[in-house]
Write a protein that binds this ligand. Sequence first.
Ligand SMILES: [Zn+2]
Length: 226
Amino acid sequence: MIVKKSVLSPGTPFATPYYVVNSLQPGPVFMVVSGIHGNERASIRAAKSLAGRFTRKELLLRKGKLIIVPLVNQKAYRKCIRGVPDLNRTFPGSAKSRASHPLAAALFELARRYHPSWYLDLHEANGLSQKNRKRVGQTLIISPGSKAAPVARQIVKRMNESISVPAYSFNIHLRERSGTSRMAMQRILGARAVTVETCWSLSFPLRVRYQTEIVVHFLRAAGLTH
Ligand SMILES: [Zn+2]
């Protein structure tokens, strides 16, 4: 296994590190991104920590490749804001359109180069989905008819079996929203794409734990890890 750290958008104000974990065995390409919104700290921490664990070989890939971009929007992160404009509305809506932000364009180009069959976009949100179905805190968001649905449902079930506070249970949300990275990766690249949302009202360590566990479950389900 080889882990290579590189820089996305080098030499620009958007420069940010990414990691390619190569098992050196054929298999699926799996991409994980976080920090498209700069103020969603637990997801960023989880993605950074996973990249570190693969770099130190505490975690190993059995097959395929894993690409991790732990903190997409460095500028928004430094200001501790979601980001202006909202980067997750600037991704291409179809193969014929283009990203309307240079950072979204760079991230999409990276994905196009590796062509992931799995794509996880880590986020955080207000409100518990278990208490109010309109809220997306503690959800996995997929499009109606998504190929990722069976695995996403299985992982929600697995997560909920280990969650002792019922209000913190995860739910599946079905949603289409053009301009999001999830929709771009799914529509244009055909990836099984899932948005992961923890809820801000939970403690930081618990949110990091849930984010990490969900990514680990997906990696295993996709066959990249044991
Ligand atoms: Zn977000």
